[in-house]
Design a protein around this ligand. Structure first.
Ligand code: ZN
Length: 58
């Protein structure tokens, strides 16, 4: 009798509404779109090439 877990809106956490999937409303969809457009989804820069650990445990 367990219901499938309801997906939640990534913006506000309310239950997802099929029409605005994966958001709960057009408002949240707009908010998400705006984040993309304004560049708020910033991927942190990483200096992967500067790994300088002297210990290799074999
Ligand atoms: Zn929402």
């Amino acid at each position: 009798m367990a219901q499938a877990p309801q997906k939640k809106c990534p913006i506000c956490g309310k239950p997802m509404v099929e029409e605005f999937k994966p958001f709960c409303s057009k408002r949240c969809a707009d908010i998400d779109l705006n984040r993309w457009l304004t560049g708020n989804y910033v991927i942190p820069a990483r200096d992967d090439e500067l790994i300088d650990e002297g210990e290799d445990e074999f």
